[in-house]
Design a protein around this ligand. Structure first.
Ligand code: ATP
Ligand code: MG
Length: 495
C-alpha cells in the first residue's frame, strides 16, 4: 500500500475514461492516460536507481508530463522536490547541494548548466512540449505496482517561497498531503462534476497540492493552462466550475472587459490565497461577476490552515475559520491573546509538516514537541471566529519603541483617492530605530497629499516618515510582495 498514491489513483480505477485534463490546442488526457504515463515514469525512476526516500529534484516548465512525473515519483516511493523555474544556476546549486537528489530532471535548454550541479544524481531532461530524455527513457510496459509507503513517510520536499529569507525545504509526509486534500474536497464541495481552471505553477503548494490533488481526489476535470493568461482563462470559464488563483490573477482578470456576470455564470467557486487579497478586489469581483471570492490561508509547511466558509458569510479581509482538523491559536509572550488582539498564529494538526530538511535548529525553533507550529504570521481572531492576517512577524515595524503593523497603514493608504496599492516597511533610522516608509502605487498620487491625509487618521508614530510613489511593487511568481527587496532599496533613506 502506498498511502498517497492509492488516494491519487482512486478515480483512475473507477472512471478510467473520464477526462482528467483538457488543454487548449492539445489533446485531452483521460484518467487512464494520466496514470499510464505516471506509472511509466515510476518505472523509469526505479530503472535509474531510485530507492524509497530518494529525492527527485525537478525544475521544468509546467506540462502534463511534469504532473505525471510528480505522480510517478510518489508511485515509485520517492520524494518529489519541485523547484521554481525562475531559479538561476547559482540558486540551483544551493538547492541541489542541499537536497542531494538521486534523480534530477531539468529543461533541455538548461541541461549543460545544471548537470554539473547534480552531483551523483541521474540527470534527465523534459522540455515544455513534453519531449526529452526522460520521455525517451520511459519503458514500454503497462502497469506498475506502487512501492509501499506509509502515512508518515515523506512524499515531497517543497521549498518555501523565500519571501522572508532563504527558502527552507518543508518535509511533507504522505498523510500531511492526503489528509489536507481529502478535507478540502469536502469543505469546498468538490465532486466529479467539477471542472477546475488550473493556471497556477506546479512547483508551489497552491498549484501542485491544493489544485491538483483536490481535483484528483474528487475525480474532477481540470483545464490545464501552462501559464496564467487572462484570455485563456476567460475562454475556459464558460465550461468550468471553479478556479484557484493568487490575488494577481483576480486583479488582472478585472482589467479585462470580457470578465462579466455572463462569462462567470457557470462558475460556482473562486478561491484566492498565497498572498493577501485587497478588500477592494473582493468587492469589484462581486460587482462584476455576482460571485464572492473565497479567500483561504495556507503555507508550504502546512498546506491549508483556514478558509472562509463555502456556505456561510465570506468576509473580505479575513481568511475565514480554522479548517476541520486544524487547531489555531494566536500567541503573544507565551500565552494566548484575548479575542481581537494581535499575536503570532500557531497551528497544529495532521496537515503540519515534519520539519525543515537539513535544518534541525530551525525546526526546533518553529515546530514545538507538542505539535504546535509557529507560522511567523501575525493575526487576529475576531469574536465570530474569523481569522485575519495582519502581516508577518518579520515585517513588524518597531518605531520609537512602538509596534507598527504595516497592514493598518496600508489599508489607510489604499483608501485614499488615486491609490492602487501600497506596501509599508520599516527601515533603519538613527532616532527611532526604525522609521515607517510607505511605497505607493498610484500614478496621480502626491506624497505630501498622502502624508497630509494620514496625519489626521493615524497616531504620529504610525505615520510614514517618507512616502515613495512607484509604478509597481516587486512581486515573486506567487504574487507575493517582496518587502525584503523594498527594505534593501530604501534602507539608506535615513542613514
Ligand atoms: P518564506 O517562508 O520562504 O519566507 P513564504 O512564507 O512566502 O516564504 P509560502 O509558504 O509560499 O512561502 O507562503 C506562505 C505565506 O503566504 C503565509 O505564511 C502567509 O504569510 C502568506 N499567505 C498565504 N495565504 C494568505 C492569505 N490569504 N492572506 C495573507 N497572507 C497569506
Ligand atoms: Mg513562510
Amino acid at each position: 500500500q502506498n498511502h498517497l498514491a492509492s488516494r491519487l489513483a482512486r478515480h483512475a480505477g473507477r472512471t478510467p475514461d473520464k477526462v482528467f485534463a483538457t488543454r487548449p490546442g492539445q489533446s485531452d488526457v483521460t484518467y487512464a492516460q494520466l496514470f499510464a504515463g505516471a506509472e511509466r515514469m515510476a518505472a523509469a525512476l526505479l530503472a535509474a536507481g531510485l530507492a524509497p526516500g530518494d529525492r527527485v529534484a525537478v525544475q521544468v516548465e509546467k506540462s502534463m508530463e511534469a504532473l505525471q512525473l510528480y505522480i510517478g515519483t510518489v508511485l515509485a516511493g520517492g520524494i518529489f522536490l519541485p523547484l521554481n523555474t525562475g531559479y538561476t544556476a547559482a540558486e540551483l546549486g544551493y538547492f541541489l547541494g542541499d537536497a542531494t537528489p538521486a534523480v534530477v530532471v531539468c529543461d533541455p535548454a538548461r541541461r549543460a548548466e545544471i548537470a554539473p550541479l547534480a552531483g551523483s544524481a541521474a540527470v534527465f531532461d523534459l522540455a515544455p512540449d513534453g519531449t526529452g530524455s526522460l520521455i525517451d527513457a520511459l519503458p514500454d510496459v503497462a502497469g506498475f505496482d506502487a512501492v509501499a509507503r506509509g502515512a508518515g513517510d515523506l512524499a515531497a520536499i517543497l521549498y518555501t517561497s523565500g519571501t522572508t529569507g532563504r527558502s527552507k525545504g518543508a518535509m511533507l509526509s504522505h498523510a500531511n498531503l492526503a489528509s489536507n486534500s481529502e478535507m478540502l474536497v469536502g469543505y469546498w464541495q468538490f465532486t466529479d462534476a467539477d471542472v477546475l481552471i488550473h493556471a497556477l505553477p506546479i512547483f508551489h503548494t497552491h498549484g501542485l497540492f491544493v489544485a491538483t490533488n483536490v481535483a484528483l481526489f474528487a475525480g474532477a476535470s481540470i483545464v490545464f493552462l501552462a501559464k496564467f493568461d487572462p484570455e485563456a482563462i476567460l475562454d475556459a470559464m464558460p465550461g468550468a466550475t471553479a478556479m484557484m488563483g493568487v490575488p494577481t490573477f483576480y486583479t488582472r482578470l478585472l482589467e479585462n472587459p470580457r470578465l462579466t456576470r455572463e462569462a462567470a455564470s457557470n462558475m460556482r467557486l473562486f478561491v484566492s490565497g498565497s498572498a493577501p487579497m485587497l478588500v477592494d478586489t473582493h468587492e469589484k469581483w462581486e460587482e462584476r461577476t455576482g460571485l464572492r471570492i473565497l479567500e483561504r490561508y495556507g503555507m508550504t509547511e502546512t498546506n491549508m490552515n483556514t478558509s472562509n466558509p463555502y456556505d456561510g458569510e465570506r468576509r473580505p479581509g479575513t481568511v475565514g475559520f480554522p479548517l476541520p482538523g486544524v487547531e489555531l491559536r494566536v500567541m503573544a509572550d507565551g500565552a494566548e491573546v484575548a479575542t481581537g488582539e494581535i499575536g503570532v498564529i500557531e497551528v497544529r494538526g495532521a496537515n503540519v509538516f515534519q520539519g525543515y530538511w537539513q535544518m534541525p535548529e530551525k525546526t526546533a525553533e518553529e515546530l514545538k514537541p507538542d505539535g504546535w507550529f509557529i507560522t511567523g504570521d501575525l493575526g487576529i481572531v475576531d469574536e465570530r471566529g474569523y481569522v485575519s492576517i495582519v502581516g508577518r512577524s518579520k515585517d513588524l515595524i518597531i518605531s520609537g519603541g512602538f509596534n507598527v503593523y504595516p497592514k493598518e497603514i496600508e489599508e489607510a493608504i489604499d483608501d485614499l483617492p488615486g491609490v492602487v496599492e501600497s506596501a509599508v516597511i520599516g527601515v533603519p533610522h538613527p532616532d527611532f530605530g526604525e522609521a515607517v516608509v510607505a511605497v505607493v502605487v498610484g500614478e496621480a498620487c502626491d506624497p505630501s497629499a498622502i502624508s497630509g491625509a494620514l496625519s489626521g487618521q493615524l497616531a504620529k508614530f504610525k505615520q510614514p516618515k517618507h512616502v515613495e510613489i512607484v509604478a509597481d511593487l516587486p512581486r515573486n511568481t506567487m504574487g507575493k510582495v517582496q518587502k525584503k527587496e523594498l527594505r534593501d532599496r530604501y534602507g539608506q533613506l535615513f542613514t
